[in-house]
Ligand binder design. Structure first.
Ligand code: FNR
Length: 399
């Protein structure tokens, strides 16, 4: 029996599982191939142990931090995930309302079932005085020019950053999806992809092109994607062409690369003027036989660390981290090993499936409370104080 009032993310997941259709649950949960990276992401966190300090004044633990010069209530944000309406309720709108209310950073997937304009309008409607940054995730189309309308719309509507996902030149081999192809129920569609194919003249009177209409009657996500421009996932990104292209297309936006797993690529990101990177293996959904993201993080931090103790500037460019974060202690561990900011993916979907907007708030609140308690028990009062001296590894002296 699962209590109705979940107090951990795994309890949120248990309830959500009973409320989300099986093929959708499988789509959300699965990794690629043998599911190795998916499992390792979580297991590697558990192999890390926190070394607590005592007799420290932790009467005022503060979980807030800043990122790109903006105050964040918590050092974690909501990772982009496709088609959130499949979890039920208002999907992306529920996630955005929870984020706006609690002051939490959010990245919207370009494959969302709600238009990017509607999502960011939640901030205006929110009574909260907090103004978290919203970022826009992007898969660059094979012909990059076709991505420009989407980029311009994101910039015009107030998204602070473009998060280019670089780990998806081809889709990972997701066995569940191949066995039970995901079908979008009638009424749901990939709002941004379809809008992206509108010409400026028809902007006010949406007329979808014929192939899209055909694909929509199939309600098949893959068909919609392929109809929307051949390949929505470019397999020919390069450092020398893609980064200048993005900077030119969106001069007012920060450029973040999501899916960096090696120190070499982290150094290249700095060299090419990228504003931040996300250490990520796409939640184990792309290259399966790669290492856990928390194992990749220290090496990347080592090549980017400045040695500066200035808050929020531990790395030459900010390092964001995702993959397998399921507790506040996991957030603590990622920050300790060099992340400036952390994203959570699947737990957001669990929150949505559990109770829509309120469920996403529950997920954020659980993580915030767990992080705050972990900090107090480890003897740190401020996010900037969390460093690698707080981490040990089972059966080894330390890092
Ligand atoms: C994702 N992720 C993802 N990433 C991205 O850049 N664009 C996308 O559209 C999606 N879609 C997506 C759908 C689903 C169902 C999942 C689970 C994940 C990856 C996501 O942003 C993030 O990298 C991982 O989910 C982080 O791992 P955890 O927190 O889920 O373990």
């Amino acid at each position: 029996h699962v209590r109705e009032d979940p107090i951990t993310l795994s309890e949120v997941a248990s309830i959500a599982k009973t409320r989300i259709r099986k093929e959708v649950w499988d789509y959300y949960e699965c990794g690629a191939d043998t599911q190795t990276a998916l499992h390792e992401n979580e297991a590697a966190f558990k192999a890390l142990k926190i070394l607590p300090r005592v007799m420290r004044d932790v009467s005022n633990v503060n979980t807030s931090t800043s990122f790109f010069g903006r105050k964040c209530a918590v050092p974690f944000g909501l990772a982009p995930s496709a088609m959130q309406k499949l979890a039920g309720g208002d999907g992306e709108m529920d996630v955005a309302r929870a984020a706006a209310k609690l002051g939490v950073n959010l990245t919207l997937s370009s494959q969302s079932t709600t238009s990017l304009e509607d999502v960011i309008s939640c901030k205006k409607d929110s009574s909260s005085s907090l103004d978290p940054a919203f970022w826009m995730q992007l898969y660059l189309t094979k012909d990059p020019e076709k991505s420009i309308p989407l980029i311009k719309r994101a910039e015009a509507s107030g998204y602070e950053a473009l998060v280019l996902t670089v780990d998806t030149p081809v889709l990972g081999n997701r066995l569940n999806e191949r066995k039970t192809p995901l079908v979008l129920p009638a009424g749901l569609h990939l709002a941004n992809i379809e809008l992206a194919t509108r010409s400026p003249q028809t902007e006010r009177k949406p007329t979808f092109n014929r192939r899209l209409m055909d694909a929509r009657t199939l309600h098949d996500a893959e068909a919609i994607l392929s109809a929307a421009g051949g390949s929505t996932h470019s397999n020919s990104l390069t450092w020398t062409t893609t980064i200048p292209f993005l900077k030119k297309a969106a001069p007012g936006m920060k450029i973040i690369l999501k899916g960096i797993m090696t120190p070499e690529d982290a150094v290249l990101a700095v060299k090419h003027g990228v504003d931040a990177i996300v250490v990520s293996n796409h939640g184990g959904r792309q290259l399966d036989e790669t290492c856990a993201t928390i194992e990749a993080l220290p090496g990347i931090h080592a090549v980017l660390a400045t040695g500066s103790s200035e808050p929020g500037r531990k790395n030459r460019i900010p390092v964001i981290f995702d993959g397998g974060v399921r507790t506040g202690a996991d957030v603590f561990k990622a920050l300790a090993l060099g992340a400036d900011f952390v994203l959570v993916g699947r737990p957001v979907l669990w929150g949505l499936g559990y109770k829509g907007e309120e469920g996403v708030e529950v997920v954020i609140n659980i993580l915030e409370r767990e992080l705050s308690r972990t900090m107090a028990l480890a003897g740190v009062a401020r996010i900037e104080e969390i460093g690698k001296e707080y981490i040990g590894v089972k059966n080894a002296g330390g890092f």
